[in-house]
Ligand binder design. Sequence first.
Ligand SMILES: NC(=O)c1ccc[n+]([C@@H]2O[C@H](COP(=O)([O-])OP(=O)(O)OC[C@H]3O[C@@H](n4cnc5c(N)ncnc54)[C@H](OP(=O)(O)O)[C@@H]3O)[C@@H](O)[C@H]2O)c1
Length: 324
Amino acid sequence: MNHAYRTLGKEGPQLSPIGIGCWQFSRGANAVGRYWDDVGEEDMQAIVRASLAGGINWFDTAEVYGNGASERALADALDREEASLETVYIADKWWPAGRKASSIEKTIGARRDALNQRPIALYQIHQPFSFSSAGKEMEAMLALKHRGEIGEIGVSNFNEKRMLEAYDTLHAEGVPLASNQIKYSLLDRRAEQNGLFDTCRELGISVIAYSPLEQGLLTGKYHQDPDAIKKKRGPRKWMGRFRSGYLEKTKPLMNLLEATAEHHEATVSQVVLSWMVHYHGDLVFAIPGASSEKHAAEHAGALNVRLSDNEAEQISKASWDVQL
Ligand SMILES: NC(=O)c1ccc[n+]([C@@H]2O[C@H](COP(=O)([O-])OP(=O)(O)OC[C@H]3O[C@@H](n4cnc5c(N)ncnc54)[C@H](OP(=O)(O)O)[C@@H]3O)[C@@H](O)[C@H]2O)c1
């Protein structure tokens, strides 16, 4: 087992480079949650168990994932596993749509209840579009932090400008901005080109990459069986990236990933995740979602896959040719 944990941000907890995304635990409880097929309670338990057994020590959830359904399912599963309150971490997110920053303090009690009072190691602003400035949002987050209700402070989907506004407000109080959770994958490397990665590296802000498997595309299973996506509940079946044209275009990358996986006696998704969390040093954490125990076990197994510099570079080159 690979115990090469790394610090979140400048002074956050020691986290496994791969955490588990829990959007899939939403149980179809709201429109956001109906993106995915329902995952049953036993499967969620098995996902959490396999993740912990494989060395993963943190989970990402959010208020908006089923209006608390994901938070509750995660906390209940962690309780049943008797997971440590000190060394197993939860990253949660406040939902900003139609709200002001004042809602951050008003809703924290409900979030903590949904999490069975388990500590929130990282609390993130889910999206950049509240009615308040990033500065006001950070003032509310600071108040929670000073009261000991949350650990680290993070943002999500923030562009460089808004991220810097958040960073400056916290910095003035001597508190670091721990992370920016953004979409980043081998098929979507915009953050390497628009200055976000450089600024994060410079300021000690961790990047948390969501949809690292491009929602299943980078596992290779939809290349093998393109019709399989039609049986899924959510909107993926209507997305251009799951259509034959893009599946065909990405074949050279997938072939390389498959050959690399074979060489390492690993799976394609494990090669992808290993690339994600090592290619940029310690900058990037990845939070793949799982809809079965098998997926979670694979994600955890990726902690033990290490590509050579040459392999990682070849994958990088092939990926630039097939960006979304
Ligand atoms: N901050 C944000 O705005 C934001 C946005 C999106 C996601 N997130 C977070 O990031 C997490 C991950 O992102 P994501 O769920 O969008 O995408 P993802 O991790 O790229 O894809 C997850 C999906 O891929 C499939 N999959 C995963 N592992 C597999 C394996 N080994 N073999 C075959 N299929 C596999 C499963 O779906 P199927 O089996 O149905 O194909 C699974 O539900 C979420 O759970 C959430 O916590 C955050």
